[in-house]
Design a protein around this ligand. Structure first.
Ligand SMILES: *[C@@H]1O[C@H](CO)[C@@H](O)[C@H](O)[C@H]1NC(C)=O
Ligand SMILES: *[C@@H]1O[C@H](CO)[C@@H](O)[C@H](O)[C@H]1NC(C)=O
Ligand SMILES: *[C@@H]1O[C@H](CO)[C@@H](O)[C@H](O)[C@H]1NC(C)=O
Ligand SMILES: *[C@@H]1O[C@H](CO)[C@@H](O)[C@H](O)[C@H]1NC(C)=O
Length: 425
C-alpha cells in the first residue's frame, strides 16, 4: 500500500516536472521566433547556414536601428559642415581627433573650439573633387586628451567670414563616434550597400526591386539610399517606404543647400563619406555602387564567402573589375533578359567593397586612403569577383552568369515584391 502511494506520488511529480519542461520550451520557442527569422547574424561565424539568408521569410523585420539623419550646418560664407565625428583611430593622420567634413570653395583655414580652448584645424582635401567650385574637405581638430574625446557632444568650428572680416564660430553636433578599428569585433550586419544618389526617376520601382532582391539573395542586410525626397516618383517613394518599414532600406534625405552644378555629381562625395562613417561598426563589408551595378562571384563560392576570403587580414578594401552589359531587351527583370557583355573587364573604373573601419577616405572608383599604412587595397581578379554594369555599352560576348546563379529565386522574390507594391496602391 505504502509503495503504491509512493509510486503514485512519483508519477504525479514526474508529470508535473514534464509539464513544466514542456511549457518552458514552448515559451522559449515563441520568444526565439523573431530571432530565427531576422536576417542578422553575428560576424565571423563561419558555421552560418547560408540558406537562412537566402530564404525570404514572411514579414520579417530587421531590428538593427537606422543611423542619424544627415544634417548640414551652415558655417558662414555659404559653406556647410555636415556634422562632426569623433575618430579614435590612430592612423595615417597620426592621432585620434574630431573630424568635420565641410563643403567650401577653397582650401580655408578653420579653427576648432571646445569650451574655452581654441586650436587650428588642419584641412585635408578629398581627392575626387574634380576642381569644381565647391569641394569637400575634412577639418581635423586634435584634442589634447583622449578622455575628452569620449565626452564631447558638440564642437565649434571657426571660419573667416569675408563679409564681416571676422572669425565666426558655429556649433556643430557630433554625429558619429568611431572607435579604434582593432576594437570592433562584432558587426550586426555582414554586408550592406551604399547607394549614394537617387533622384528624379532615373530608376523605376521595378529596377529598384530587382536590385534589392538580387543583393538580398546574396546576403546584403541593408541598403543606405541617399535621396532627394521631393524629386522622387511616387511609386519609388512608396517602395522605399515599404522596404524602410522592414528595416531593409535606410532612406537618408540628402539635399545640401548649394547649387547642384557647382559641386561634383550632386555632391556624391559627401553621401559616400557619410555612408562610410555610418557603416563603421554596423556592417563587416560595405560596397558603394549604383542601382545598375551588380557584384557577382565568379567562382562557385557565395558572395559572402568570397568577401571573407578577399577581405581578410590587412586588406581594407578591394577594387572589383567591371563588365559592361547592354540593355537591349527592356523586359523585366533586366538582368534576366540581357546577356550581351563586354569581352574585356574594365580594371580602371572599378567599384569597391570595403571594411569600413579600415578606410580613411573612400572615393567612387577606388579607396583614396586607408587608416593604417599597412592596410592594402588590391584590385581583385575578374575570375573571382566582378561587377556587371547594365549600361547599354556591352559588346560581343555573351554572359548568362546572373541568370544561372540567381535567376530562379530572383524571379520569385521579384514577382512577390511587385505584387505587394501593386496591392498597396
Ligand atoms: C538633425 O536634424 C534633426 C531635425 O532638424 C534633429 O532632430 C536632429 O537632432 C539633428 N541631428 C543631429 C545629429 O544634429
Ligand atoms: C562549379 O561547380 C560545377 C558543378 O559542381 C563544376 O562543374 C565547375 O567546374 C565549378 N566551377 C568552378 C569555377 O569551380
Ligand atoms: C591571412 O592570414 C592567414 C593566417 O596568417 C593566412 O593563412 C592567409 O593565407 C591570409 N590570407 C590572405 C588573403 O592573405
Ligand atoms: C525580350 O525577352 C523576352 C523574354 O525572354 C522575349 O520574349 C522577347 O522576344 C525579347 N525581346 C526582344 C526585342 O529581344
Amino acid at each position: 500500500m505504502r509503495k503504491a502511494i509512493q509510486l503514485l506520488f512519483l508519477l504525479v511529480f514526474g508529470l508535473f516536472l514534464l509539464s513544466l519542461l514542456i511549457s518552458y520550451f514552448y515559451l522559449n520557442s515563441i520568444q526565439s521566433l523573431p530571432k530565427l527569422s531576422a536576417r542578422v547574424d553575428s560576424n565571423g561565424d563561419d558555421s552560418i547556414d547560408e540558406s537562412i539568408i537566402l530564404e525570404k521569410t514572411e514579414n520579417e523585420i530587421l531590428d538593427v536601428p537606422f543611423g542619424p539623419p544627415l544634417n548640414f550646418t551652415s558655417i558662414g560664407n555659404g559653406f556647410l559642415a555636415f556634422s562632426a565625428y569623433v575618430d579614435a583611430r590612430d592612423g595615417n593622420m597620426g592621432y585620434p581627433c574630431v573630424r568635420i567634413p565641410v563643403i567650401a570653395t577653397m582650401k580655408q583655414n578653420f579653427k576648432c573650439r571646445l569650451t574655452d580652448r581654441e586650436m587650428e584645424g588642419t584641412t585635408y582635401e578629398l581627392s575626387e573633387n574634380h576642381a569644381m567650385r565647391y569641394r569637400v574637405y575634412i577639418v581635423n581638430c586634435k584634442l589634447p586628451d583622449e578622455k575628452e574625446l569620449k565626452r564631447i557632444k558638440t564642437i565649434e568650428i571657426g571660419a573667416f567670414n569675408t563679409k564681416t572680416a571676422k572669425l565666426e564660430f558655429t556649433v556643430v553636433p557630433i554625429t558619429y563616434r568611431i572607435p579604434k578599428e582593432t576594437e570592433i569585433k562584432d558587426h550586426p550586419l555582414r554586408y550592406s550597400v551604399c547607394l549614394p544618389q537617387l533622384f528624379g526617376n532615373i530608376y523605376t520601382a521595378e529596377r529598384i526591386v530587382e536590385f534589392i532582391e538580387l543583393y538580398r539573395l546574396q546576403g546584403a542586410g541593408r541598403f543606405h539610399v541617399y535621396v532627394k525626397k521631393e524629386s522622387l516618383d511616387t511609386r519609388v517613394s512608396r517602395l522605399l517606404n515599404r522596404y524602410s518599414k522592414e528595416g531593409i532600406v535606410e532612406v537618408i534625405n540628402f539635399h545640401p543647400d548649394i547649387q547642384e552644378k557647382s559641386i561634383w555629381y550632386h555632391g556624391q562625395l559627401i553621401s559616400v563619406t557619410d555612408c562610410h562613417l555610418r557603416t563603421i561598426g554596423l556592417a563587416k563589408f560595405v560596397s558603394f555602387n549604383d542601382f545598375d551595378e551588380f557584384f557577382i562571384p565568379m567562382t562557385n563560392d557565395s558572395l559572402l564567402s568570397t568577401l571573407e576570403e578577399l577581405l581578410s587580414n590587412n586588406t581594407g578594401s578591394i577594387r572589383v573589375p567591371t563588365f559592361y552589359m547592354s540593355i537591349e531587351n527592356k523586359t523585366l527583370p533586366i538582368t534576366q533578359h540581357n546577356f550581351k557583355c563586354s569581352p574585356q573587364a574594365d580594371e580602371r573604373l572599378t567599384k569597391c567593397i570595403i571594411r569600413p573601419e579600415m578606410v580613411f577616405e573612400q572615393g567612387i572608383h577606388h579607396t583614396s586612403r586607408v587608416i593604417q599604412n599597412n592596410y592594402v587595397s588590391p584590385t581583385v581578379s575578374k575570375n573571382q569577383l566582378a561587377v556587371f554594369h547594365f549600361k547599354s555599352r556591352g559588346g560581343s560576348s555573351i554572359n548568362h552568369r546572373i541568370k544561372d546563379l540567381l535567376g530562379e529565386k530572383l524571379g520569385r522574390n521579384y514577382q512577390k515584391e511587385i505584387e505587394e507594391l501593386e496591392i498597396e496602391r
